[in-house]
Design a protein around this ligand. Structure first.
Ligand code: HEC
Length: 190
């Protein structure tokens, strides 16, 4: 008797799994999966993803402190790296979103308005080094040296209270790929 029940339950579970897999395959291959980047992620998706990123970066590196001395020259070098590698997605001091950043499915925070000064430097280093999966945030371990990542991390940590000369250079940083470029120039393509 019991064997019969167990067998029935197993057959039922396998059948339900088969139907679910069938639906998933149909949705994906028939073109019903929502793959466009033109909408905003639901707040549940965004919250869960951000919690996961904060949790892993803090678990692995939350306690690690910046090995570089806190100096104006390290901050200035960090600013330069930021200008070269990050402004297009995270914006300059004016906080203007570039035409590229405006189109991401997972939005890139504009750091002048929404910075990471409160995060542990180790966790920020982790995000820059490893990048963030399922988003446009690249893993800079392939293109920047450790020391460079720590410098840009130091800059992000102190972005809102920089020593005068570095602050002046930060405030003078120009946005790139501004929104006005998204609609102009109008070209006659005849
Ligand atoms: C091509 C676009 C792009 C570039 C270039 C880029 N980022 Fe990002 N970055 C993103 C996106 C998108 C996110 C948001 C990811 C998410 O919310 O899951 C992000 C997130 C981050 C975060 C996490 C923010 C938080 O709230 O925890 C940090 C830190 C960061 N980026 C630093 C940098 C630095 C430093 C550079 C340059 C060295 C850089 N990024 C270059 C797209 C980019």
């Amino acid at each position: 008797m019991i064997v019969h029940h167990v067998r029935g339950a197993v057959v039922g579970i396998v059948a339900v799994l088969g139907i679910v897999i069938g639906i998933v395959i149909t949705v994906v291959y028939m073109g019903y999966a929502p793959m466009a980047a033109d909408s905003a992620p639901s707040s549940m998706e965004a919250n869960l993803a951000m919690k996961a990123v904060h949790a892993i970066s803090e678990r692995q590196m939350g306690e690690v402190t910046n090995p570089l001395p806190f100096t104006a020259s390290n901050l200035a070098a960090g600013l330069k790296l930021y200008q070269q590698n990050c402004v297009i997605c995270h914006g300059a001091a004016d906080g203007k979103t570039s035409s590229i950043a405006a189109g991401f499915y997972v939005p890139s925070p504009q750091f002048a308005k929404n910075g990471t000064e409160d995060d542990p430097e180790g966790a920020t280093y982790w995000k820059i080094h490893h990048g963030i999966r399922f988003s446009a945030m690249p893993a800079f371990m392939h293109s920047l040296k450790d020391q460079q990542i720590w410098r840009v991390t130091m800059f992000l940590k102190h972005m809102d209270h920089l020593p005068k000369p570095v602050d002046r250079a930060w405030k003078a940083t120009k946005s790139v790929g501004g929104m006005d470029m998204a609609t102009s120039p109008k070209m006659d393509m005849k």
